[in-house]
Design a binder for this molecule. Structure first.
Ligand code: GLY
Length: 386
């Protein structure tokens, strides 16, 4: 029987490249499943998790034609309470998962008609949501504008402070024996068609039975060999953080309109997001982006004007052509991917981490994960029309 450091000298069971919610989530769950895991974290400048509003909103994010994504979202949202409870217990830290519910509102007749069509889709799909008239919306959330003409409430939706989540994930992973080190992988080690680890910027080589690339928007970059590189692009989102005085939160639930969402935290922080911009690796916060967010948030919940403005930042959503993540093994033996979560990284973290841990440990992979396999882009990568 080898001790953990002896085993590690010969290479870990799993090397995770990426220290965001997906990388750390997978590392923690794999370690819980008994694997020896090491994480290499290149730091947070581009990390979507730190900027994310932290909504767990399968109803609010449901769109026509995204059935595979919806199935994963519903499954993952159902796993969230258990995931948060186990995280709290392993990390020995509070994990502020909060089932605050959400209210999606229309502020004129066109917006409300569009929402009504979406709500019909929710009913067809059996999602938990109820339609409300404008006055009923305002009874639930008195801070809403009097212009609200209707909307739907999704009482099961939740939010979590993503920065607290990251701290807890790292603590839980380390408590389960995961080694997290700072560094940037610059090359994958591939021998005879098998990935055996990665070389870091420092020149050090880290070896492992399996390597999981969880590199956010960089998953589509040149670290991965072209034949397994998923078509992932960054979609920029500008996000604002504000703070309410104690007892003066502008809303109890997540409030979303066509162009903005307002997410209240138990701490009194309020997150307003988010723009959607195809601008490559651009993290600049623009006057236009901030103006749009504040204008639209004010239009829905005028009381946001009273909040203290703390922060304006941008994050990069890692986005695939079908807005659905890539999770699982690649055509290179020993190399797995977990990424491309687009707007849904926080919501999909439990199902992603459980799918990866189950695949690695021989456990039961959630059925919805079959539609997330990276191989669905293989024909495109090989340039065929199959
Ligand atoms: N999860 C919401 C967004 O990406 O803006």
């Amino acid at each position: 029987m080898h001790t953990m450091p002896e085993r590690r000298a010969a290479g870990a069971d799993l090397l995770v490249l990426g220290g965001g919610v997906i990388g750390l989530g997978c590392a923690w769950r794999a370690a819980r499943a008994g694997l020896d895991v090491r994480v290499v974290d290149a730091g947070g400048t581009e990390r979507a998790t730190e900027v994310a509003a932290g909504m767990i909103a399968p109803v609010g994010e449901a769109l026509w034609g995204e059935e595979a994504l919806l199935a994963a979202a519903v499954e993952s949202a159902a796993r969230w309470p258990g995931f948060a409870g186990e995280l709290e217990s392993d990390a020995e830290l509070p994990v502020p998962y909060r089932r605050c519910g959400s209210l999606h509102v229309g502020l004129d007749r066109d917006e409300t008609a569009g929402l009504r069509r979406l709500h019909d889709l929710h009913s067809e799909l059996g999602l938990e949501a109820r339609w409300l008239r404008g006055s009923e919306c305002r009874r639930l959330e008195p801070g809403l504008t009097t212009a609200v003409t209707g909307g739907y409430e999704a009482p099961g939706e939740a939010e979590i402070d993503t920065r607290v989540l990251l701290v807890a994930l790292r603590a839980a992973a380390e408590a389960r024996g995961v080694e997290v080190r700072e560094g940037r992988a610059v090359e994958l080690l591939v021998e005879d068609g098998r990935c055996t680890g990665a070389r870091l910027e420092s020149g050090e080589e880290l070896h492992a039975e399996r390597t999981l690339a969880a590199l956010g928007a960089r998953l589509g970059g040149e670290l991965l060999p072209a034949e397994v590189r998923p078509p992932i692009r960054p979609v920029k989102g500008e996000v604002l953080r504000l703070r309410a005085r104690p007892g003066e939160a502008p809303c109890e639930r997540i409030i979303a309109s066509e162009r903005v969402y307002v997410v209240p935290r138990a701490s009194g922080d309020v997150v307003i997001g988010a723009t959607m911009e195809d601008r490559g690796f651009d993290l600049r916060v623009t006057a236009g982006g901030v103006h749009e967010l504040l204008r639209e948030a004010y239009r829905a919940v005028p009381e946001v004007a009273e909040l203290e403005l703390l922060e304006c930042r941008a994050g990069l959503r890692p986005t695939t052509p079908d807005n659905t993540p890539v999770v699982g093994a690649t055509a290179i033996e020993g190399l797995m991917l977990a990424g491309g979560h687009h707007r849904h990284g926080i919501m999909l973290a439990p199902v992603t981490a459980d799918a990866v841990a189950a695949e690695l440990s021989g456990g039961e992979v959630p059925a919805c994960a079959a539609a997330l396999r990276p191989g669905r882009f293989a024909a495109r990568l090989e340039g065929t029309t199959a």
